[in-house]
Design a protein around this ligand. Structure first.
Ligand SMILES: [Zn+2]
Ligand SMILES: [Zn+2]
Length: 418
């Protein structure tokens, strides 16, 4: 079966249309026609080989939702036409102590959806049934896709460290992971405090479920919280003042990290010793926990806030990119239609052209990211910027003020592209 995907052919490269064959259907395989795929910060790391284990061609995408189109001969638990999801993990050894106790995500021989195969920025994928999940009825596919990595990462942290309704929980950062963490902590029943460097995020954090908001750059506000929280989840990928947050924890409190900061973490040992405090982390979650997370999310109405990029509507984008507006010439043969992406909001993401409008007037590359860090998404042939027109037509809703510095350029780009 032929699959149309988008692959980076080398570290940091733009994603290019890439076709491949899935070969014979394995006995345990579930074949999925992909309808939505979230965009996770880790996809960005993988494209750039920041983590050191990328292989190219690399088709990113591990927050997949789609419909089962075929199942292998040993698969009884899924049927054709069923809506299912796939997250970060796609394989394990099946024999080690972690696999045996249902913690496949900790297996040392783990396999990743887009590290040991071609991922979700594609028309279809085949995944071992053990790592395929039924999506509860009533959940919105686009808003559920990011739960399969972002959601389970924060839900899994609360589960792993036994966060209970009686606890006071802090969430550092209000991006893709952070806004989900606020929702889960609130739904668990915790008292929830959001920490952010941006005071103008306060209203939004309350909407996501925070009882309290603390400007983490205000030393007196941080000081007032000393020895008061049971658990703090750090969702930002930044070097923060670790000592301040350890101070905010009660004795025996845990500082749990799910975002990768650029530098090693340095903490004062006295906090760890005197208060028996600990620093820990969490990687996604096991298949059984993903099932639980999906049920919990459905029951509590938890979904991710996403920006949708409906690629199948790109031809109708206002102005048709550069304004020339010839839908039939879109993408110079690159078929994007039928591959809607939902994009997870994250502190690191921003829609803007991939390193500006590049090229010779015939090839242009488009992507999402920050000024320093971009995931290229598509290269269009001809002088038509249809793909970017779709991105440029997205409305900036504000609130994630770490992007503030970029809003001007975003608006300018919107105008440039009609
Ligand atoms: Zn991810
Ligand atoms: Zn194993």
């Amino acid at each position: 079966m032929k699959v149309r995907g988008y692959a980076a052919l080398g570290p940091g490269n733009a994603l290019e249309p890439f076709e491949y064959d899935l070969g014979l259907l394995g006995a345990n395989a579930v074949e999925i026609q992909i309808e939505h795929c979230g965009m996770c910060h880790t996809d960005l790391h993988l494209v750039n080989n920041d983590l050191g284990f990328s292989h190219y061609p690399l088709v990113p995408g591990h927050e997949i939702i789609g419909t089962v189109s075929q199942v292998g001969s040993a698969v009884r638990s899924f049927r054709e036409g069923q809506r299912v999801g796939v997250g970060w993990n796609s394989g394990c050894c099946g024999e080690c102590e972690y696999c045996a106790q249902g913690e496949e995500n900790l297996c040392l021989k783990w396999e990743g959806t887009c590290t040991h195969g071609f991922g979700g920025y594609a028309s279809a994928i085949r995944v071992n049934r053990r790592f395929v999940f039924a999506i509860p009825d009533g959940m919105d596919s686009a808003k559920t896709a990011p739960l399969l990595c972002g959601g389970i990462t924060v839900y899994g942290a609360f589960h792993a460290y036994e966060v209970s309704h009686a606890m006071h929980v802090g969430v550092v950062g209000v991006g893709g992971l952070g806004h989900l963490a606020l929702k889960y902590a609130r739904a668990i029943g915790c008292e929830v405090t959001a920490f952010s460097t941006s005071p103008d995020k306060e209203a939004e954090t309350h909407r996501f479920g925070a009882h309290h908001f603390v400007n983490s750059q205000d030393p007196s506000a941080m000081g007032r919280l000393n020895n008061s929280l049971d658990f703090i989840l750090v969702t930002v990928c930044a070097d923060i003042n670790w000592a301040d947050y350890l101070g905010v924890l009660k004795p025996k409190g845990k500082l749990c990290i799910v975002g990768v900061p650029p530098s090693d973490i340095r903490v004062p040992a006295a906090h760890l010793i005197l208060g028996q405090k600990s620093v820990c982390g969490n990687p996604v979650g096991s298949p059984s926990l993903i099932r639980e997370m999906l049920e919990f999310s459905a029951r509590n109405g938890i979904e991710a806030q996403v920006e949708r990029m409906p690629m199948d509507q790109v031809n109708e984008a206002p102005g048709g990119g550069t304004g020339s507006g010839h839908p039939d010439q879109l993408h110079g043969g690159v078929e994007l239609s039928g591959l809607p992406l939902c994009v997870q909001l994250d502190q690191a993401y921003l829609f803007e052209p991939y390193r500006g409008r590049r090229g010779d007037g015939h090839i242009r590359e488009y992507g999402v990211g920050t000024r320093d860090h971009t995931i290229p998404l598509a290269r269009t042939g001809g002088d038509h910027g249809g793909f970017w027109a779709a991105a440029g037509s997205l409305q900036w809703r504000g609130g994630f003020s770490s992007w503030r510095g970029h809003r001007g350029s975003l608006r300018r780009q919107g105008r440039d592209f009609g």
